[in-house]
Design a protein around this ligand. Structure first.
Ligand code: AMP
Length: 419
């Protein structure tokens, strides 16, 4: 009990569950590094203007969900609601695009959105993200999709699907947008939706209400209105995914909650999660660099939600084995023995052998219980009598066998036993 609880919409990442969390981070980190991505970390808050410009002023994220505050110096700052805008800001600020392109970066961290909390939707959540900045090659789109797919598969996930769409470009999307607006304006929709038709008509396609879905059943589709270049790009991506045998579902109504996307857009959904089924998403954002005052840097990226990925793993019974806390556990009775055992534990750690000991002057029985709970293979047991004889007892915790070993040989003997 405490006077305080974690704020609404946030949670504590507790052991042993936190082991899965770390495992996901490590696995994606290794996989992305092997594919040529380097790690980047940007601040958890940015100038508010970056997200207004980068995410889009008419998006739900910007209009309803940002944690924006003024600091003591009068600056308007915002806790980052997503990763891409900040990574692009950083790439532009530090001229990272001056060398070989695309610049490939990955990141891992917390993001903040003031949303209505529910299962799989929190106000602080963690994403792993990857961005390939500075190439319009559709093969990079496929690379990104393949890496996310492989990452999910390596975590043991099977019941996820890849939804794929193209959102066109600056040439063809406005033509489609006008056509869609014309169609939507004629429908009998509420005032709020009519307002949305004027600001962000594609979002109307994403309306979850069945009555709205029925009305828009015949709405024009972006994939029927792509210009030649976008159609070619999309055909290449689909063809290459087929070649790699990566299954996808053409989803011409897939729109994403951020304005910067164009051409290839995709979402990974998991069928065991209920309403909040998106475990990750991404796409191309060819115009973002220029929107932020940079040069023409066509780019593609994704962000995967770690919390939802963990829920998906749980739904598929993919538990992560918790490694034993340590290999060796020290049990000391008496003050001189405590000092001797602590010195041995420290030496074992220097030798890269995971080791721990009973602290707080526990009695023998309590300390031995702690040793068996630790998952260690061996215990070093030292009492005052052992000390006067110059030995420690090495106890094999799997069968209870106990052998006296000279104090100065303990670390060497344990190293040999654990090889
Ligand atoms: P987005 O930037 O909205 O495309 O989000 C990418 C991924 O982050 C989603 O597919 C989710 O897995 C995860 N995500 C986004 N918002 C939340 C949230 N409020 N709570 C938990 N996970 C989230």
């Amino acid at each position: 009990m405490s006077t305080f609880n974690a704020p609404k919409g946030t949670f504590d990442m507790l052991p042993p569950y936190s082991e899965t969390f770390n495992r996901i981070r490590i696995q994606f980190g290794l996989e992305l590094r092997d594919a040529g991505f380097q790690y980047i970390e940007t601040p958890t808050f940015e100038e508010t203007g970056l997200f207004l410009r980068g995410v889009g002023e008419s998006t739900d994220i910007v209009t309803k969900e940002m944690y924006t505050f003024e600091d003591r110096g009068g600056r308007s700052l915002t806790l980052r609601p997503e990763g891409t805008a900040a990574v692009m800001r950083s790439v532009l600020q530090h001229n990272l695009y001056a060398g070989r392109l695309p610049v490939k970066l990955w990141y891992f961290g917390s993001y903040y959105r003031y949303e209505r909390p529910q299962a799989g939707r929190t106000r602080q959540f963690t994403q792993v993200g990857a961005e390939a900045i500075g190439s319009d090659d559709p093969l990079v789109d496929v690379e990104m999709i393949a890496l996310a797919t492989e990452g999910f598969q390596k975590l043991g996930l099977r019941d996820f699907r890849l939804l794929l769409n193209s959102l066109g470009c600056r040439e063809c999307r406005p033509v489609y947008r006008a056509k869609l607006q014309e169609f939507l304006r004629a429908l009998d929709l509420d005032a709020e939706t009519h307002a949305r038709i004027e600001i962000n008509p594609l979002r109307v396609l994403d309306d979850k209400r069945p009555e709205v879905q029925a009305l828009i059943a015949d709405a024009p589709l972006i994939t029927d209105h792509l210009c030649e270049a976008c159609a070619e790009h999309h055909t290449f991506v689909r063809g290459m995914l087929d070649e790699l045998e990566i299954a996808y579902e053409d989803t011409p109504r897939l729109v994403r909650g951020l304005d910067y996307y164009n051409r290839t857009t995709f979402e990974f959904v998991h069928d065991g999660l209920g309403a909040q089924s998106a475990i990750g998403g991404g796409g191309r954002y060819d115009g973002l660099s220029e929107d932020l005052g940079g040069p023409d840097l066509p780019s593609v990226g994704w962000a995967l939600g770690i919390g939802r990925t963990m829920l998906a793993m749980e739904a598929e019974g993919q538990t992560v084995e918790t490694p034993a806390d340590c290999d060796v556990y020290g049990v000391a009775i008496g003050d001189a023995a405590r000092r001797a055992v602590f010195a041995m534990i420290t030496q074992l750690r220097i030798e890269d052998i995971p080791a721990d000991m009973a602290f707080g002057g526990k009695k023998l029985k309590g300390a031995m219980k702690a040793a068996s709970q630790s998952g260690a293979r061996y215990a070093i047991v030292v009492g005052d009598r052992d000390l006067t004889e110059g030995v420690a007892q090495i106890k094999d915790l799997s069968n209870g066998d106990q052998t006296p070993v000279p104090l100065d040989r303990v670390v060497t003997v344990l190293k040999e036993k654990l090889q």
